[in-house]
Design a binder for this molecule. Structure first.
Ligand code: C2E
Ligand code: MG
Ligand code: MG
Ligand code: MG
Length: 289
């Protein structure tokens, strides 16, 4: 009885925390069934070379459609998957699916998001090698995106694993750079092939107050990536103003709703076969001619 009263009191003082815990438990339980029940799919968002508007990469993004919960966004279920360990089997499925899908697009690099939990897992390197062997995708066409975290920057195991992955021949990019734990010095020592600037910085570029700092930061990162000989991608390009700003600052690659939304594999194949929509948007030749 005492216990029950205590629990009830806890509930009264932290109702939102309680609801969050319950939601997490429901998500973790349901996510455990998501793979066998075929509720997970991949969509693909184009990454564009800004100089010529060509699609050069596709980023695989996970989608979860649940019969009663509906579409649960990755921002909500990926952290649950990480905390429950489910990210390992799910991440392995993503790698295999993405490599297989990439076979349809010989001219593209396929980018796959990898969380720190996966990177630190002992089997991760063999999971990657397996996905490449089974699909037959050349390692140089697979890019792994790692979100900047303390783990990535401070854990020596993470650095070693990155080197092992580079030795396989896969590309490795730092994702969401500038969103949190950014460490410019670490860019030099980690064996990376690219940096993706967080969309919050792209958004700031066209802001009156934040713009000046965002431009300075972008120029600094541009200088550093150029010096290291690695790619720089601007994320979150939504408007023509964003596009101009990142082009003026020398970003080579861009990604965002304004250049192409995440889409199904079939839609991406169509887009690659008929690239007119994308060209129309970035170069108004129908106006000029
Ligand atoms: P991310 O890797 O930074 O992926 C980009 C996210 O930004 C995607 O959200 C994409 O839909 C969204 N986005 C793209 N362009 C724009 C834009 O112009 N404006 C705005 N506002 N958003 C844009 P999504 O698909 O919801 O994924 C969110 C995050 O979830 C990803 O961020 C990534 O960190 C994680 N994630 C997604 N799929 C996977 C996966 O298979 N494995 C792992 N470990 N994480 C994943
Ligand atoms: Mg990413
Ligand atoms: Mg990103
Ligand atoms: Mg992100």
């Amino acid at each position: 009885a005492v216990k029950r009263a205590g629990r009830r009191q806890l509930r009264r003082y932290h109702p939102e925390q309680d609801a969050a815990t319950e939601r997490e438990q429901v998500l973790a339980r349901e996510l455990g069934h998501a793979l066998p029940r075929q509720q997970l799919t991949l969509v693909f968002q184009p990454v564009v070379r800004l100089q010529n508007s060509r699609i050069v990469k596709a980023e695989a993004l996970l989608r979860w459609q649940h019969p009663t919960l509906g579409a649960v966004p990755p921002g909500e279920f990926i952290p649950v998957a990480e905390r429950s360990g489910l990210i390992n089997p799910i991440g392995s499925w993503v790698l295999h699916e993405a490599c297989r899908a990439a076979l349809a697009w010989p001219e593209l690099t396929i980018s796959v998001n990898v969380s720190a939990v996966q990177l630190l897992q002992f089997e991760f390197r063999s999971t990657v090698r397996d996905a490449l062997t089974r699909s037959g995708l050349p390692a140089s066409r697979l890019e792994l995106e790692l979100t900047e975290t303390a783990v990535l920057y401070e854990d020596e195991r993470a650095a070693r694993t990155l080197q092992e992955l580079r030795d396989l021949g896969v590309l490795v990019s730092i994702d969401d750079f500038g969103s949190g734990y950014s460490n410019l010095m670490r860019l030099r020592t980690l064996p990376i092939t690219g940096v993706k600037m967080d969309r919050s910085i792209t958004a700031d570029l066209t802001c009156p107050q934040a713009g000046q700092f965002a431009r300075a930061l972008t120029l600094a990162v541009r200088g550093i990536t150029r010096n290291l000989g690695v790619d720089l991608t601007a994320e979150g390009i939504e408007t023509p103003e964003h596009l101009r700003a990142v082009q003026d600052l020398g970003c080579q690659l861009g990604q965002g709703y304004g250049l192409g939304r995440p889409m199904t594999a079939r839609q991406l194949s169509e887009q690659l076969a008929h690239p007119s929509c994308l060209e129309d948007r970035s170069a108004p030749h129908h106006v000029a001619r």
